[in-house]
Design a protein around this ligand. Sequence first.
Ligand code: TRP
Length: 457
Amino acid sequence: MNNREQWGSRIGFILAASGSAVGLGNIWKYPHMAGENGGAAFTVIYLICILIVGLPIVIAEFVIGRKTQLSPVGAFKALAPNTNWKFVGVLGVCAAFVILSFYGVVGGWTLRYTMLSLFGGFVKFSGNPELAGGQFKSFISNPINPVFWQIIFMTLTTMVIVKGVKGGIEKWAKIMMPAILVILGVLMFRGLTLPNGTKALEFLFLPKFEDLTASSIVLALGHAFFTLSLGMGTMITYGSYLSRDQNLLTSALWVILLDTVIAIMAGVAIFATVFALGANPDSGPGLIFVALPTIFPQIAGGTLWGALFFFLLFMAALTSAISILEVITAYFIDEKDWSREKATVTFGSFVTIVGIFCSMSMGGFNDFNTIFNISFFDFLDYLSSKYMLPIGGMLTALFILMKWGVDDFIRELVTGMENKNIDPFVVKVLFIISALVVGFIISNEIIAIITGNPIVG
Ligand code: TRP
């Protein structure tokens, strides 16, 4: 396709791809998972997973996208015509619908908490986690209030994607990614200069391996996937807007570096604040929406720090949400010949409506919860992060090993690289390890569901 849009610059592509990677996973999930799983020991395992499993699959997705210049379904069709491999792409598009439905809800929460802090709403939470927790619960289970913020968040997401690759995604990534780094740098400095703040460094960087359990290893692996936006063709789609002159290996390393650095900076900023005020590092998913609002009012300028923190979280969520909507949009443009406007507006609205049910499932809308014993929100979260993404990632690795072939893969990979000596054996081993590791996580989950006891965890 000759009129396909392209990224305007290499840095634009790297920022867009890392914008996709950097999201709620880095700033909300990683810190609370590290907090609950032994701090530094978890971080070490997470870094190993990122390098061994994450890096090969990021590269695989970039290479498939650039080679075919198509979004996932078309890409698998082009490389393996008349086979079932196209269903890996279809699975990805379905995962995009599922993830964006609940991601948009949490995106709305970040906007609401930015406003709440800005207008002094955290002051009464000072040192009172019960009150902060109660308010958070009553906010997310309100049938109207969170939906209002979710609609704003989804409208912003749709507005960026309507503008296309260069004028929308790239332009906003170039503004928001540097802003995220600067704000996080400031928050980290603020945290570390609080009394006891440097305890955070010890907590995150001095591993005590006795704290590590088998289940935290499985968690770290799963998270490596989610945080790098792997397994549903996001990186295939972003790679499809590249021309052939780029070194994909160094681009992938940049994306991974930025993603990891931002997760760790968020961890330092959050734990420094937590330790300075003697709060608990292992308060779980509520760490951000419950523990932090009780802490901010106790530090000088807390209203502003709180608002900055939640605005940062909002920007990180937005650059990720746009990458998810782009997967859906690109599918309808490439495969169904829709216009960008029509695809974006149709599916932006559709996902918003499904998201409303998700938001309502936190309290307002209970039928699903009683039938399946899990809220619709949690159901979509588990379905995507425990099954759809890992399965998609594993199949991508298997696709290269079994169908496309490592040699053809390497031929495309080295296009744009100066050093063209890549050992096919190493590449094979890496993909086999990724596929096995991910296959193990999925089987573990399935065994846990069937027998009630996972092998590990
Ligand atoms: N990586 C993002 C985060 O850390 C979330 C995300 C965006 C994502 N696009 C994705 C996850 C695609 C899986 C697949 O929050």
